[in-house]
Write a protein that binds this ligand. Structure first.
Ligand code: HEM
Length: 350
């Protein structure tokens, strides 16, 4: 099992609100149950959105919407409240436990100023990075939705419902589907298109309290990373392992636990060069035709500045950069969860 499969601690009250093709899982946590004590104790919290620390499902669909540019200030707040209210109500009212579909909603960096509401502290655009080749049509968005389910049919049906409910206020900007190929391994850990186990070195639940959540919210960084899969596959296994910094067979550390080679991915990306800072990666593979496949990198963290630092180190020293190229990018503030009488966005929009 990948480490992030252990997150649904038995102390959490898991409420599944799901319906005809669409659903919202709310993980309600009691203060006592969810507060490991320590020097950096987490802020008290109520309800968080699912789709962050919940186990990954087989498929994901990332939706990015533009908010109607005519809608500003109080009129914009009303319109967005109406959409988020409708999304929450529909998910709740059509509820049934059968659809294992998880919806996670966030807002992009331009939106708070347009609405005249206080911006979440760490919400800002990512800076440009060397080596990326971003397509503006696959970047940004005022509202981001991550849909995860066991089948692409379920995410597609949910996307259609959400878009319909958004009316004219939200216009689809871009979308990206992702999948986890069935694991060939006994432990069920997913492998990326380069053939390595991906996501196994994720933070523990306690580390997530410290590094992923900020109160009931978090931040999502999305990168659509094109991979030169065939060039990488032509390398010897030994060379591939040097580049990633892990054994291909089982994801274990190289050379009996010694440090990863200095130019390896794990060395550049790992917490060792960043005072222990962690992010929770929840990536999927994507395949859009024979010449464009790669990693739909999805990572949650309490401050996207960590992504910036890691990506800069990767650009400077990580040999994996020679086999990868970011073509899409977005960042979002993942709203606190909905609960009865308090729809998504209530904390932000008042
Ligand atoms: C270019 C496509 C990428 C591929 C194919 C890839 C693959 C991997 C693999 C195979 C591992 C080791 C297994 C694991 O611990 O999950 C790993 C670890 C990691 N990657 Fe990536 N990755 C990519 C991009 C990125 C990006 C863009 C970032 C963030 C800027 C990132 C951050 C990390 C982190 C933080 C770790 C854990 C390191 C540790 O804790 O030791 N990766 N990645």
């Amino acid at each position: 099992m990948a480490k992030n499969d252990v997150f649904d601690a038995p102390t959490r009250r898991r409420v599944l609100i799901a319906g005809a093709g669409i659903g919202l899982t709310v993980t309600a946590c009691t203060r006592e149950a969810d507060q490991p004590q320590g020097a950096h104790g987490p802020a008290p919290h109520g309800v968080r959105q699912a789709g962050v620390t919940t186990p990954q499902q087989a498929t994901a669909l990332l939706l990015a919407y533009d908010f109607d540019p005519e809608l500003r200030g109080a009129a914009g707040v009303r319109a967005l409240k109406a959409v988020l209210g409708a999304w929450t109500r529909t998910l709740v009212e059509r509820g049934s436990a059968e659809a294992a579909l998880i919806t996670t909603v966030g807002i992009g960096p331009r939106l708070p100023a347009r609405l005249g509401v206080p911006a979440p502290a760490a919400l800002r655009e990512l800076p440009p990075f060397p080596g990326e080749r971003l397509d503006p049509a696959r970047c940004g968005g005022d509202v981001l939705v991550q849909l995860c389910a066991d089948s692409a049919d379920a995410t597609e049906a949910a996307a259609a419902t959400l878009t319909r409910l958004a009316g004219d206020a939200l216009r689809p900007r871009w979308r990206q589907a992702g999948f986890l190929a069935p694991s060939p391994d006994a432990d069920g850990a997913p492998r990326d298109l380069l053939g390595f186990k991906n996501g196994s070195a994720n933070p523990t639940p306690e580390e997530c309290e410290r590094w992923v959540w900020t109160g009931d919210a978090t931040y999502l960084v999305v990168r659509r990373v094109h991979l030169r899969v065939e060039d990488f596959a032509r390398l010897s296994v030994h060379r591939q392992e040097e580049i990633i910094g892990r054994r291909r067979a089982d994801g274990g550390p190289l050379e009996g636990g010694r440090d990863a080679p200095p130019h390896s991915h794990v060395r550049a990306a790992g917490p060792g060069l960043d005072a222990g800072a962690r992010m929770l990666r929840r990536g999927y593979s994507y395949a859009d035709g024979p010449t464009d496949q790669g990693l739909l990198f999805l990572a949650f963290m309490r401050d996207p500045a960590l992504f910036t630092r890691v990506q800069r180190r990767m650009s400077a020293q990580d040999e994996l950069s020679r086999f990868s190229e970011a073509r899409g990018s977005a960042v979002a503030y993942v709203l606190p969860g909905a609960r009865p009488g308090r729809p998504l966005g209530a904390e932000l929009l008042g």
